[in-house]
Ligand binder design. Structure first.
Ligand SMILES: NC(=O)c1ccc[n+]([C@@H]2O[C@H](COP(=O)([O-])OP(=O)(O)OC[C@H]3O[C@@H](n4cnc5c(N)ncnc54)[C@H](O)[C@@H]3O)[C@@H](O)[C@H]2O)c1
Length: 352
């Protein structure tokens, strides 16, 4: 068994033994003395039995566990408080925009957060800002690269002991109709928005399966940040829309496959977040792209484009990170639903 799966199983086992939640930190090839020693060649059940015996005898978890020939696990009680106390959450695309907002909120709500993005400067800056840095880790990641995503998952487990929530949020958009769209853009958008989500679900579900197996009281969550364009076609924006539709196919299929392991898989489909860079960046934002592409024929400036889009929302406002986060909280806290695409669109997209 891979060492990372074993670590996740040990944390889950410790969580199942006591009321408290635990965090484990693994140091490769570091041989600590005076600690519980496990032979990783052994059967996993035997190893967990040894941990249980230690717990029963000492009435506390072992502070250190030597995984012979691999390294040492430092085990402690998770710190902090909040609705996500003791949970480990990984967020891709966390360097800016929605991902950054979700990371801040999850951390405030007590989770240990792993910030993943191609933009290392952005996530490191955020890591510094998130008040308690012992609860935050940045990992430079390219979601289009399976190796890079596997490393993200391994580093998360090494730092915290597992992954309870994985938010597949990294995404890109290239607007444009059939006359202007380029094949390279079509491929790239699918690499990030569609295949990237596959890489993430594949790598994190392996860890989550161990956790739900060895802690029968727990669930895990994979949440994909999709879009209203994943529910309804988008004029002159077909590359993005199709990549997001495909993501919903993955969500439904992953949900069917992972439900027996108590891993929920849901997509959240936000409407437009106009204040974020994606729309408002003065150079490459969608307002300026749509203005230049003539997507809103009567528009003379960015304000006209904005008015046009706002007029399509029954609630008369754009989507906010706060509202999307409420949907994330719902997806995690409930245990009766999986495989859904949850709209947060101010009524712009209604499910039938
Ligand atoms: N902003 C909106 O109006 C809106 C609406 C609906 C859905 N969404 C979705 O929400 C998600 C986040 O959007 P946003 O507005 O915050 O975007 P953003 O452009 O502000 O941020 C996206 C982040 O993803 C990172 N990223 C891009 N490619 C990556 C890769 N290959 N590997 C790792 N990281 C990568 C970028 O570096 C960036 O930090 C996207 O999936 C987007 O499709 C956004």
């Amino acid at each position: 068994m891979e060492i990372y799966c074993l670590i996740a199983a040990i944390r889950a086992h410790l969580n199942s033994l006591s009321e408290k939640k635990h965090v484990l930190q693994f140091f490769e090839l570091q041989e600590a003395s005076q600690c519980l020693s496990l032979d990783v060649e052994n059967d996993i059940e035997k190893m967990l039995q040894k941990i249980k015996e230690y717990f029963t005898t000492h009435n506390q978890i072992p502070g250190k566990i030597l995984l012979k020939n691999f390294g040492t696990l430092y085990c402690s009680e998770a710190k902090g408080e909040g609705r996500f106390y003791g949970k480990v959450a990984v967020i891709t695309g966390a360097a800016q925009g929605l991902g950054e907002a979700f990371a801040r909120k999850l951390s405030k709500d007590g989770a240990m957060v792993v910030l993943a993005d191609r933009n290392i400067t952005g996530i490191q800056k955020l890591e510094e800002e998130i008040s308690n840095s012992s609860k935050c880790l940045s990992v430079q990641t390219d979601v289009t690269n399976s190796k890079s995503v596997e490393e993200l998952v391994e580093k998360s487990v090494k730092q915290f002991g597992g992954i309870d929530i994985f938010i597949s949020n990294a995404g890109i958009v290239y607007a444009g109709g059939l006359d202007v769209a380029k094949e390279e853009e079509f491929d790239r958008i699918n690499e990030v928005n569609y295949k990237g989500y596959f890489h993430c679900a594949k790598a994190c579900s392996k860890i989550m399966k161990m956790q739900t197996r060895y802690d029968q009281n727990t669930y895990a969550d994979i949440i994909q940040i999709n879009s209203k364009s994943g529910l309804r076609g988008s004029k002159a924006n077909f590359m993005y829309s199709a990549s997001k539709f495909a993501g919903i196919g993955l969500t439904q299929s992953f949900a069917l496959e992972l439900a027996p392991y108590r891993i929920k898989v849901n997509s959240i489909c936000p409407g437009n977040y106009y204040e974020g860079n994606l729309w408002s960046d003065p150079k490459n934002g969608l307002f300026i792209q749509y203005l230049n592409a003539g997507k809103v024929p009567e528009a003379k400036n960015v304000e006209d484009v904005k008015r046009h889009y706002l007029s399509q929302v029954p609630m008369g406002k754009g989507c906010s990170p706060d509202d999307i986060y409420r949907a994330i909280v719902y997806a995690i806290e409930q245990t009766g639903e999986t495989g859904q695409a949850i709209p947060v669109t101010g009524g712009q997209t209604m499910l039938s």
